[in-house]
Write a protein that binds this ligand. Sequence first.
Ligand SMILES: [Zn+2]
Length: 108
Amino acid sequence: MKRDHFVPVAERCKEQIWRSGSWGHSGCSKRATRDGFCATHHPDAKKARLEKRDAAWKAKDAASRLRWAITAAESDVVAAALDWHSGRMAADDLQATIGKLVALKASR
Ligand SMILES: [Zn+2]
């Protein structure tokens, strides 16, 4: 990456960055390109990054919830099959329990 030490302070990005090991805050040294911020620190760019991270997190969360629901439905099918086998459950109810698992797996 190009080190841009020669950007005059007045033309620099407004972002203040916390740098560990130095004395507190120091400004971003990149040249401001829009609204006083560099491309990295413009509020729109930061918002876009956050939204992207949030969307990725939500997708991951939805996938893990579905995996959990499938695992639970699989246990239900085993329990229902055993109940059916021992005559405690009607075949229709076993079919319905299997149907729930099939529907969950189809939504993956
Ligand atoms: Zn910046």
